[in-house]
Ligand binder design. Structure first.
Ligand SMILES: C[S@@+](CC[C@H](N)C(=O)[O-])C[C@H]1O[C@@H](n2cnc3c(N)ncnc32)[C@H](O)[C@@H]1O
Length: 209
């Protein structure tokens, strides 16, 4: 696979993974990120939540050294020694549900790229007392996506609750911050309008909250 076939949001995530690390790509989909991580010398486990999706993923990465496992969220990783767990392309609420699954504690460093609902994700990190190591924005195919690193052993260090619920201070130094902030403020104003009309609010990237 050549780098140009991997979309920028996934390339940006891959470049934050230290080469050679043992990494699990949870909700790997077709395994694009997993294969890209392999080219960076990582030992890669890729997961999917159902048997059918895991079989499809195994076909997609057959002939590579990627290990495919089936199971919900972090459950199939429970006994594994990993440097990092990566979750990309899922909604912030789905990632939050996975992280707060009572049957398995997220005892690894995390690299997260939510598609929307950043607030739900940051609230989960706050509840889990997991702090941020770094956060940035990446432009990919006309949209902006946040990427959040939550290293193991760092306690919650985000800002106060509010717009973006504590992640604003971490994203503010990003060159794309002003574009993201204007978008987020615009959505926030729309949310308030919707709240008045009884409709569900929308997250900064457009997903229903
Ligand atoms: C939109 S795709 C993203 C695929 C890839 N990670 C990417 O960024 O392009 C989301 C994938 O996560 C999987 N998924 C959703 N919830 C999951 C869960 N709780 N545990 C494992 N996989 C899950 C879905 O089956 C789907 O393949």
């Amino acid at each position: 696979m050549t780098g140009s076939l991997v979309e920028p949001r996934l390339r940006a995530v891959a470049h934050l993974v230290p080469p050679g690390s043992a990494v699990a790509d949870v909700g790997s989909g077709d395994g694009r990120l997993a294969r890209w991580l392999l080219t960076r010398g990582c030992i890669v486990t890729a997961t999917e939540k159902t048997r059918a999706q895991a079989c499809w993923l195994a076909d997609a990465v057959s002939g590579t050294a990627i290990e495919v496992v089936e199971g919900f969220g972090l459950r199939p990783l429970q006994s594994r020694r990993l440097d990092l767990v990566v979750m990309t392309g899922l909604g912030g609420r789905s990632i939050a549900r996975i992280l707060e699954d009572p049957s398995v504690a997220p005892s690894w460093s995390l690299l997260l790229q939510p598609m929307q609902d950043l607030t739900a994700l940051s609230q989960a990190l706050r509840r889990l007392n997991r702090g941020i190591g770094r956060a940035c924005l990446v432009r990919s195919r006309g949209r902006l996506y946040p990427i959040v690193e939550a290293p193991l052993g760092v306690a919650w260090n985000g800002g106060p609750p509010g717009l973006l619920d504590g992640l604003g201070p971490w994203l503010r130094s990003d060159p794309l911050w002003s574009v993201w902030r204007d978008h987020a403020l615009h959505r926030h104003a729309e949310d308030r309008g919707r709240a008045g009309s009884g409709r569900a609010p929308v997250s900064p990237n457009g997903g229903r909250q």
